[in-house]
Ligand binder design. Structure first.
Ligand SMILES: [Fe+2]
Ligand SMILES: [Fe+2]
Length: 289
């Protein structure tokens, strides 16, 4: 079988500042102030634009986008993020982050989904309607994408794994082949050791579901902006891969994943004025379907 090659990229935080008072009458004012005081020197579109000539050299089959493609969910930000993604050389599957459902109007208008339409899923469930959908990646691998982001009050960036979503996910997993190898893509990590107001409500239920489902080989996420590879297979959980933020000028990262039936290779790319391959690691699957 030809190995599957996937770029895991996340947390663009593309920004369009507005000081129009009508558009600031929301959580957006906090987002703008946060950007001006904390993030202006941190996030840049330069690393994102530098991906455009690099990615075509990597023979990618798929690109997974882990959310927070925008900062305050403005249409201008979605347009800028989409203009970059449109130049990527492989089909993209995107999940929204909390910054893509930043305000209540953006959330209820499904602004994210109007900009980032995934290929038609291979499941009756749709991310925009049910918060979950599945894509067949090749003869062995499936991607299950989750949307656990929602608009929240001023100080919270919590996500929610709801009971309804849990029921849909269980039903969807039942419909996948018994020998499928599943990758799960979500903006939020499921573990609860992050600051409570930034974490995923219901994360422990998602963890329990994943623990009982050995077909799930890896859990891919963003949100924390810290690159992490955590092989939790010895403790009954999948491999956790946090790709970090690809737009962070200081610690920008993303992963090139190469998968065959037995293992995954993770090539870590780091930003240092240009993208460089920083390290490679191979991990063999231990969870048996
Ligand atoms: Fe983020
Ligand atoms: Fe986030």
């Amino acid at each position: 079988m030809k190995p599957l090659r996937i770029a895991q990229i996340s947390d663009f935080h593309v920004t369009h500042l507005t000081w129009n008072p009508l558009r600031l009458f929301s959580k957006r004012i906090l987002g703008n102030l946060n950007w001006v005081f904390h993030r202006r020197n941190r996030f840049s579109e330069e690393p994102l634009r530098a991906l455009i000539p690099l990615l075509p050299k990597l023979e990618l089959d798929w690109i997974f986008l882990g959310g927070d493609l925008t900062t305050t969910s403005l249409p201008e930000e979605f347009a800028k993020a989409k203009a970059i993604v449109n130049q990527f050389p492989a089909p993209c599957i995107a999940v929204p982050g909390n910054h893509d459902h930043y305000t209540y109007p953006a959330y209820y208008q499904k602004r994210f989904y109007r900009s980032f339409a995934n290929p038609t899923p291979d499941s009756p469930f749709r991310l925009a309607e049910h918060g979950v959908e599945a894509h067949r990646l090749n003869s062995s691998y499936w991607l299950v994408a989750l949307d656990t982001a929602l608009a929240t009050n001023l100080y919270s960036s919590r996500g929610l794994f709801s009971e309804q979503q849990e029921a849909s996910l269980r039903q969807l997993l039942t419909s996948l082949p018994p020998n499928a190898s599943i990758l799960l893509l979500n903006h939020y990590p499921f573990f609860q050791n992050d600051v409570r107001r930034h974490s995923l409500k219901g994360g422990e239920k998602l963890e329990a579901l994943i623990r009982k489902e050995p077909r799930i080989k890896a859990y891919l996420h963003g949100h924390s902006h810290r690159h992490t590879i955590a092989d939790l297979q010895p403790s009954g959980l999948p491999l956790l891969l946090d790709s970090g933020s690809a737009a962070d000028q200081e610690i920008g990262t993303w992963n090139l994943l190469t998968l065959d039936d037995e293992k995954i290779q993770i090539d870590l790319y780091r930003w240092n004025g240009q993208w460089r391959l920083s390290s490679s690691e191979q991990i063999f699957w231990q969870r048996k379907s």
